[in-house]
Write a protein that binds this ligand. Structure first.
Ligand SMILES: [Mn+2]
Length: 273
């Protein structure tokens, strides 16, 4: 397993759970100084970043790109992949596809979290999930065919969506879809709210887990809350997970302290690193 840390380049997400907010180079420099393996970027859109500049910064600071988020499509433009408005839905698909193209060219997957949207009511959940499957699969195939990377889908807690809340249910749902290229982003903060047993859920999803958001019960750095993170990491080892533990956390009390706490917790959880 490898360590990663988040940077938001979205002014509207200034209060969001991202460690660094002062630009990509600042984040790369600080991540590199602390010994992180990679960074995860939350950009305002794909066009806000130039691929060559990102590549140059990653090379300069000897970092890899862990993943790129698509949530700004929701935060800034209220786009979702299940909007009943076909035009909005089409814009959402294009927003995600552009991020797949940016991330994929740098060898990283895109993340669909809040862009999954929500069902208007519980009666409409299954039809909305079906629509989500229909919009996600062509995007996942695009990521596979052009870049050989998966597309990550993230179950969120019940306060953020009524579609995908639990890791095992999401794993089950993935097996019903035509694309084999979707993987689960297991966010330990969301899991701590929704799962009966985080470790058991990780074991159940097994090889379908493609990325991990490394956060404690209160969305602070691991070690500053009370979620059973050590058990979750043991379960990830058990299923042979070799991806990133990426800190998607609040910069509390400040970015540097949260980052330092994260890398210390990571080294405790993954002593071989
Ligand atoms: Mn997350």
């Amino acid at each position: 397993m490898q360590s990663a840390i988040t940077v938001s380049l979205v002014p509207e997400a200034r209060q969001g759970p991202f460690v660094f907010h002062a630009g990509l180079e600042d984040a790369c420099r600080r991540a590199s100084e602390l010994g992180f393996d990679a960074i995860e970027i939350f950009p305002p859109s794909a066009s806000a970043l130039k691929r060559d500049e990102v590549a140059a910064l990653l090379a300069k600071y000897q970092l890899r790109l862990a993943a790129v988020g698509t949530g700004a499509g929701w935060v800034r433009e209220q786009l979702t992949l299940v909007s009943p408005d076909e035009t909005v839905r089409g814009r959402a698909v294009e927003f995600v596809r552009a991020i797949i193209d940016l991330a994929g060219a740098l060898g990283a997957p895109a993340i669909v979290g809040s862009m999954q949207g929500r069902a208007a009511s519980s009666d409409e959940r299954s039809a909305t999930l079906e629509l989500l499957g229909r919009t996600l699969c062509p995007l996942a195939e695009h990521a596979h065919e052009h870049y050989g990377v998966p597309l990550l889908i993230e179950p969120l807690n019940r306060y953020e969506t009524n579609l995908l809340n639990e890791v095992p249910n999401t794993a089950q749902w993935l097996t019903t879809l035509p694309s084999q290229n979707l993987r689960i982003l297991a966010d330990l903060f969301h899991m701590n709210i929704e799962e009966a047993d985080m470790a058991a859920s990780i074991v159940e999803a097994g090889a379908l887990i493609g990325h991990v958001h490394f956060a404690d019960s209160n969305r602070q750095a691991v070690g500053l809350g009370h979620a059973p993170i050590a058990d979750a990491v043991a379960a990830l080892k058990q299923v042979g997970y070799q991806g990133y533990l990426s800190a998607e956390i609040f910069p509390r009390p400040d970015s540097d302290t949260a980052a330092r706490q994260t890398i210390e917790s990571f080294r405790k959880c993954v002593p071989s690193s």
